[in-house]
Design a protein around this ligand. Structure first.
Ligand code: PAF
Length: 288
């Protein structure tokens, strides 16, 4: 019997997931989809709650996608805890957790990638040149497998959300993309699975990302429009902590991600900073 309303289904194969999606469509049930790389935290749970509200069936995927990690990045050490993730997904009343095997998504002959021409050429795409190709490719594959009507992503990964929205438009996916505001720890640090790498001593430095964003808004409120001046102040805040290495601090157009020199309209301020060995990102829309 088809029991997606009462029992969590753990699906490992593409064929089974597609069959589930087809049966759901046949029964006129809509699917909300939350793609994740697992090691779930409150930020993911908020995405699931949003999905739960927006469709009949909630599907969560857990897949650490090798295609978005470059050599030397943390693919092997990326935190994983499937049992805990399944418990959390169950508590959030997910209907399906889709956990495909790496070889199912990328077999030996795999050679088709999705690339965007402009959005990846900014912010994280500069120091992580294959990252958005990997994200766009796996999200396309997951969309074709899960067949959602709506998919939910966090605004913490602002550029990722922008890339996916653009890709959905460009490739005519019939899927609504919802961005959900960043969920923060009590001290303001944006929630991320990678926060588990941080030592207690590194927390103040990690918090300095959010502090520098708030400082930017305060400077704008005081009438400062010069982006370089604001970036200079943000840099000083981050560098006041040892073991920090700034990848970028950017003030840019929220749609194109092109740099802005004079702030006359709302802008995106985004930054990536390594605290010890942990690369953290955060962002905020700053309004003049
Ligand atoms: O944001 C993430 O966790 C990943 O980039 C995603 C969207 C699940 C693709 O692997």
């Amino acid at each position: 019997m088809f029991q997606e309303d009462t029992v969590i289904h753990i699906i490992n194969t593409i064929h089974e997931m597609q069959a589930y999606a087809n049966r759901s469509m046949g029964r006129k049930k809509s699917i909300a989809f939350v793609p994740t790389m697992g090691f779930l935290h409150e930020g993911h749970l908020v995405l699931m709650r949003e999905g739960r509200k927006r469709a009949d069936i909630l599907v969560v995927s857990i897949f650490v996608n090798p295609a978005q990690f470059a050599a030397g990045e943390d693919f092997d050490s990326y935190p994983r805890n499937l049992d805990r993730d399944l418990d959390l997904a169950r508590k959030e009343k997910a209907d399906v957790v889709f956990t495909p095997d790496r070889t199912h998504l990328y077999d030996d002959g795999f050679q088709t990638y999705v690339n965007l021409q402009k959005l990846p050429n900014h912010l994280c795409g500069i120091s992580r040149p294959i990252f958005f190709q990997g994200v766009a490719t796996v999200v396309t594959k997951l969309f074709n497998i899960v067949k959602p009507t709506v998919a939910i992503f966090g605004q913490k990964d602002y550029q990722q959300l922008a890339v996916i929205k653009r890709m959905v438009r460009d490739l005519n996916f019939d899927i609504e993309i919802i961005g959900v505001p960043t969920v923060r720890e009590q001290d303001g640090l944006a929630m991320s699975s990678r926060n588990s790498y941080l030592t207690p001593e590194e927390r103040p430095a990690a918090f300095s990302l959010f502090k520098s964003l708030n400082t930017a808004q305060r400077l704008c409120n005081e009438g400062i429009q010069d982006a370089d001046q604001i970036i200079h102040q943000a840099t000083a805040i981050i560098h006041s902590h040892k073991n920090t290495e700034i990848d970028y601090i950017s003030i840019c157009d929220p749609d194109t991600l092109e740099e802005v020199k004079t702030i006359t309209n709302p802008v995106l301020m985004a930054l990536a900073v390594k605290v010890g060995k942990t690369r953290l990102i955060d962002n905020m829309i700053v309004t003049p």
